[in-house]
Ligand binder design. Structure first.
Ligand code: ZN
Ligand code: ZN
Length: 345
């Protein structure tokens, strides 16, 4: 079979690899129908993620058909159409029992990281019973791929950790795919205002079409604009969806008294914490790696039409053109790219 292989910093390409097999009783092998590229994959290519060894097939998001299952798999059978979770969960270790499978002792984020991932014709999924979800029929599969990672990430690390409440004001710093997914999930909780902040005016236009009540172009007067919109109070929830010092700083500057800064961004360097300004402001700061525990609920919400994740996808590429898909996604602003779907069928 073919897979997209990380060969080392800045070096990757499609290679011929042996088709994965069931190794442990709980494994399933899934034939991919759709995959996608994540910002995390770009970090890996830059050499920012040392756990990814050269030779690894990338990808932690996807949807496909179960090809074979080990004797320990009870919930899935060959032929089942499934969504692959970016988080592999054993369901029995201490972390899983705390509801934190992101830190599962024998799982967590392993796909396209410490084991071969989903940018390939086939993938082996450990702990299949608790790491796959049945794909509902009659729902756009391009949308369902967003259940693999960005929708639960936005929901858990952003909306839920940020305690978005009815009537509240929310600021989302960063209108990339995850920031826009946070915009979709935050609306489930009926905030009064959702302010999207980004440098890219095209993404802000998309945000308006997805329900943002206000947009702010990132720049020297961004804080003032947010303060004007919130009548000087700041936002009750600041969702940091980029992962660089400037956006974390901005989140600290716009947070209201009693507010919650929910960090979603993947940070590669240190940031300054302005406790000299925040110590008496009754705020909370949360961090989280997605646990994907809200995925079953999100699937129902997509099925019911309460969330339409197809609005987060902008491009489709055939798997044979995956290297071109990477170039398009890497130059996202120039190509007006949000999520890029890879089609195998
Ligand atoms: Zn991802
Ligand atoms: Zn576990």
């Amino acid at each position: 079979m073919k897979g997209l292989v990380f060969r080392g910093k800045g070096d990757f390409g499609v290679e011929e690899r042996p088709k994965p097999q069931v190794v442990r009783p709980g494994d399933a092998v899934v034939k991919l129908a759709k995959s996608t590229i994540c910002g995390t994959d770009l970090h890996i290519l830059k050499g920012d993620v040392p756990t990814v060894a050269p030779g690894r097939i990338l990808g932690h998001e996807g949807l496909g058909t179960v090809e074979s299952v080990g004797p320990g798999v009870a919930a899935f059978r060959p032929g089942d159409r499934v969504i692959i979770s970016c988080i592999t969960a054993c369901a029995t270790c201490a972390a899983c029992q705390k509801g934190m499978p992101s830190h599962c002792a024998t799982g967590g984020w392993v796909l396209g990281n410490t084991i071969d991932g989903t940018q390939a014709e086939y993938v082996r999924i450990p702990h299949a019973d608790t790491s796959l979800h049945r794909a509902p029929a009659g729902v756009s599969e391009d949308g369902l791929v967003m259940i693999s990672d960005i929708l639960p990430t936005a929901m858990e690390c952003g909306t839920l950790n940020g305690k978005v409440r009815p009537g509240a004001t929310v600021g989302v710093v960063g209108a990339g795919p995850v920031g826009l997914a946070a915009l979709l999930t935050a609306q489930l909780y009926s905030p009064m205002k959702i302010i999207m902040i980004d440098v890219d005016e095209n993404r802000l236009k998309v945000a308006e079409s997805l329900g943002a009540t206000h947009t702010v172009v990132s720049g020297p007067d961004a804080v003032k604009r947010v303060m004007d919109i919130t009548e000087g109070a700041g936002v009750d929830t600041a969702i940091e969806a980029v992962g660089v010092p400037a956006t974390f700083d901005l989140s600290q500057e716009i947070i209201a008294v009693g507010g919650n800064i929910a960090n979603v961004g993947v940070h590669g360097g240190k940031v300054d914490l302005h406790l000299e300004k925040l110590w008496d402001r009754n705020i909370s700061i949360t961090t989280r790696l997605v646990d994907a525990v809200t995925s079953p609920t999100l699937i129902k919400l997509v099925e019911a039409g309460k969330i339409n994740p197809t609005k987060l996808t902008t491009h489709n590429f055939k798997f044979s053109d995956i290297e071109q898909a990477y170039s398009s996604f890497a130059a996202a602003a120039a190509n007006k790219a949000l999520k890029v779907i890879i089609d195998f069928e």
